[in-house]
Design a protein around this ligand. Sequence first.
Ligand code: ZN
Length: 494
Amino acid sequence: MKRLSRLLLALAAVLPVARAGEAETPPRTLLVEVRDIPAEAQSGEGAFAYNDYNRQRIVSLVRNHAMVLSTPAEVATLREQGFAPEIIMESDDELTLYRRALYGPTLEPDPVYHTYEQILARAAELQAAHPELMVRTQIGETTQFQRPIYAFRISNDATRAHDRPAVLFDGCHHADEVMGAEIVLALMERLVTGYGKDPQVTHWLDTLEIFLVPVVNVDGHHYVTSGHDPRWRKNARDVNGDGVTGVFPEGVDVNRGYSYNWAMGGTADPNGASFRGAHPFSEAENRAMRRLAGLRQFLLSISYHSQGEVIFYPWAWGAMAAPDDKVIKRIAADVASRITRMDGEGTYAIAPGGPSSQSYPWFYGRRGVIDMIIETGKGSHLFPPEDVPGIVAENLKGTVAVLDNAAGPGLSVKVTDAFTGEPLAAEVWLPRVDNETVDRRRSDAHFGRARRLLDPGTYYLVVSRDGYKTAVLPEVTIGADGWTELVVELHAEQ
Ligand SMILES: [Zn+2]
């Protein structure tokens, strides 16, 4: 109520200023469906150029079919331009229009989309049937409602940690980009039920550790999958502290909260779609991911988003390419080439992403993980139910490439104390490859292991740790296939 009266006051302040002819667009109270939109109208200056983060007019544009918020004048203009707009709903309530546009005639999410409870229930069934193959770990809880955030570890012997390459797949940093949860759940299903039957799956589980976080932004995902608000992107934080939650556009963008060039990413405007929060790692969802990254050194990780049918990798930073640019691009291109676009024409694109505040620059720059965002599907975040199985199936083909790339080629160094033989956490780095944009890679304390995907060739390797003599290996040759194994024994300084 308080909010409503404040809104009315704000409107009263704005309305007298708006005069005919020079006014801003009046409220769009019509939801219009437009079919058969030609390709040229969908790009550049076309009437249906879709902007992912500005859905105040075009809510979705899947193939050649758009859902558009309009004023009567805009509908008339569309007709003049030769389109055939069909008014399917009129309402003063913006949220109702978005529900109709994105959920469909029922105004409720289609059952093809899983709620978090359904995802956890299916995971529990799989785990009960195959307790040796999958283990659930709570990595944190959500900022606003303290819902648990879970990671699932999958291997042929998942109750124990193994000294193997580890690969992470996560979904739904952005709440409404629900395909991520669907893809990660489908991958879980494939891995756990395929072990011992599907040779490819069996090989992965025997040789890797695979971690899945189906939903990072659990509170936001709940808003979308419960039918509360299909637009919800950010988490559920009560930013203004008024005790009212769930009123669009509140919340913090969980994919602008990581501490790599944090201040350069997103916006400081709390109402902005990409509000980055009060400080790096202000949000519990980001801290959960940081905790997971501390539990395990990942080799590769994929963060699923929508939309665009493109893979963003680290990074575009002026002329300064990421130290592992060649390897990263090769893997990104391999993954992208497996995923066919919704229109059936060609496969996903790849592009370097900006080096700030999102998951991939942090995972890569701070933690040495080759992390990428896959923008699944085209033209919406919630897709028509009939499109969901196809997008999931295509992206499962992408996971094949991700998991196969965890087999190398690359360098696998085990660092030990020369006297005790105990594994050591040490810096394991390539001074002729690395630069100051990336933290030095480290071996993990548990296994003393550092793995790095590299193109075949000869590398200058340095292994160092305080209290030990630095080991310099000027010519380490990486073969074309698999992992080049190396044991480096460090001697304590006298
Ligand atoms: Zn996103």
